[in-house]
Design a protein around this ligand. Sequence first.
Ligand code: GLA
Length: 390
Amino acid sequence: MSDMKTIVLNKFAKVFGDCEGAKVYFAPGRVNLIGEHTDYNGGHVFPCALTIGTYAVARKREDNKLRFFSMNFEQLGVIESSLDDLKPYKEADWTNYPKGVIWAFGEKGMKVPQGMDILLNGNIPNGSGLSSSASVEVLTGYILKDLFGFEVSNQKLALIGQFSENKFNGVNCGIMDQFAIAMGKADNAIFLDTANLEFTYAPIKLEGAKIVISCSNKKRGLGDSKYNERRKECEDALASLQTVVDIKSLGELDEETFEKHAAVIGDEVKIRRARHAVYENQRTVKAVAALNANDVTLFGELMNASHDSLRDDYEVTGIELDTLVDEARKVPGVIGSRMTGAGFGGCTVSLVKDEAIDSFIAQVGENYEKKIGYAADFYVVSVGDGPCIL
Ligand code: GLA
């Protein structure tokens, strides 16, 4: 941790002249253990913050300039913008995320009064489904709160992050990623009901096992994926169901009630999308109960069922994620394995017994590369806290 502090401060001094008045911040990435594509359907999710994430060095300026530098995109150099030029339009570089949050603060009545120099350095793989973008959003909000003294809770930071992603970056994401990052707690996952934002922390007690992330290295951007299309399909299915049942979201349905009324949706594809949303929500509730009862085996089985539903009914996996999961399940000592995040590329999450981790990485890595033609990366991760000042 302190090593990283020195690295980013030194780089900041190099890029921006000196590091006088600069402070160092961190926000985690997240992994979702179960409850996928439920957060915009009024369902439950079960993510946790990671100890890997995004580091930032930031300080106020006396003018209105915003100067950004990312150690992950060094080739782009310093990207300059201004507080007077924060428009919710689409452009290609990463500064859209911090700019979106600065813009969103203004929209929420907290106009940022001065410019800033901001350097970022992330150790979450970009575009991998571990929420590098939500990490940058929450981190930016946390910096603004600290530098300018805005009274805003971490939960509010999550909502502002989501608002900026929806309205500034044009991705209709739910609240899971920003919430998991802003509200993270070491060694705990967050059981969140996205219908009302009620949540509880659940200790991750995986005696003798660890969380292993396998990164497919197939890049995806939420914007150009079919994310918004899936969301629309669920909304259409809900509208049809609302003609026969009194519900506000798919998350209010249990499996039986859904099956009774599914035909009213009238479209085979939309029925499958809604089926995933309903069953996945119920699975998430069952999975958390299993974990609380120390039944890690059942938790793993529910993770597997989650992936299968995302593959067959929701169709957001693809050959890379399916290969990682298929290969993982062949390794003795794997408790459960599924894709995590939006899908279409990115990462899988597996629970692996300690003694099987080395063979997991070797075997899944080798067979993945043979089949897909390029290598996957593996991370044995720990569950960490939310944003902080270093
Ligand atoms: C992305 C979105 C989240 C959530 C997941 C799928 O990570 O940002 O809001 O919808 O996909 O569960």
